[in-house]
Design a protein around this ligand. Structure first.
Ligand SMILES: [Zn+2]
Length: 130
């Protein structure tokens, strides 16, 4: 969750792409977010061996999933997802469930601020901040 929120926020700056991975030992599931013309492309690559794959280029992986969304829609969806997780578990519950990974309050607030500042979004924003 934190990686996805942070990765999305990165695309509001000069950066055109963000990457992070999930350790699905022995596999690596690598998420690549690419920003172009106001849209965000999401590609998830699978690599068979996480012991070596972090050094490999995306093209060596197998594409598991790919889709492109307008940035406002994507950011909004990520915020709603983050908000839903928080509502469901609360900060303490989240910490318990994802031991050692506190709910990324600051990251979510950052993304929300960028989304409200830079995106034209007509969806409701009653995502009260924690
Ligand atoms: Zn929105």
């Amino acid at each position: 969750m934190a990686d996805l929120v942070a990765g999305t926020s990165e695309l509001y700056g000069q950066k055109r792409s963000a990457r992070f991975f999930f350790d699905a030992e022995p596999q690596e599931l690598r998420w690549a977010l690419r920003s172009a013309d106001g849209a965000i492309n999401v590609t998830i690559y699978k690599f068979p061996d996480i012991a070596v794959s972090p050094d490999l280029p995306d093209s060596d992986g197998t594409v598991m999933w790919q889709s492109t969304h307008p940035r406002p829609t994507f950011a909004h969806t990520v915020l709603v997802a983050a908000h839903t997780v928080l509502k469901e578990h609360g900060e303490t519950g989240y910490l318990t469930k994802w031991a050692m990974h506190p709910y990324p309050v600051a990251l979510v607030q950052d993304l929300r601020r960028l989304h409200m500042r830079d995106d034209v979004c007509n969806l409701p924003h009653d995502l009260s901040c924690p």
